[in-house]
Ligand binder design. Structure first.
Ligand code: HEM
Length: 134
């Protein structure tokens, strides 16, 4: 039932978000998976959770087989206007320079942890030594 010609907005697709009417978006295309919910080897829950968002990453992360990708075509109902997709939150990993300074301060702490007991021991010996002299 692949039409491919109809273009939906994200909001239009997102309205189909329950067990009796479930559409998902993968790679800019809309899929009506209502009939497939019961058959999905990964369960209906993941498909229902994938509604109301761009499920491209979810679908890819699972590493679906070529058969699964072939099966997709059967459920395609059209395309999605990409400009209507909500923006993904951007994760920014810590910059290299800050992790470098973290590393150097980490090794300074390790050196201190090693030196401090030695210093205390040294002071204790010195006090004992001078105490005996008197
Ligand atoms: C219309 C869309 C989808 C189709 C046609 C589909 C099809 C399939 C098929 C055929 C399998 C069996 C393994 C394989 O051949 O790769 C599978 C497994 C699985 N799918 Fe999907 N899938 C769809 C969407 C999704 C989405 C959006 C998720 C969300 C995370 C998902 C999660 C999973 C999981 C977790 C499994 C593994 C089940 C297991 O091995 O225990 N699928 N899917």
């Amino acid at each position: 039932m692949a039409s491919g010609s109809k273009v939906f907005t994200f909001d239009e697709v997102a309205q189909h978000n329950h067990k009796k009417d479930c559409w998902i978006i993968i790679s800019g295309k809309a899929y009506d998976v209502t009939e497939f919910l019961e058959e999905h080897p990964g369960g209906d829950e993941v498909l229902l959770l994938a509604a109301e968002k761009d499920a491209t990453d979810d679908f890819e992360d699972v590493g679906h087989s070529d058969d699964a990708k072939e099966l997709l075509k059967k459920y395609c109902v059209g395309e999605v206007d990409l400009s209507t997709l909500p923006e993904k939150p951007n994760y920014k990993p810590p910059t290299h320079s800050s992790s470098q300074s973290d590393q150097s301060s980490g090794s300074a702490v390790k050196i201190l942890q090693f030196l401090l007991p030695l210093l205390i021991l040294g002071i204790a010996f010195a006090l004992q030594f001078y105490g005996k002299k008197k």
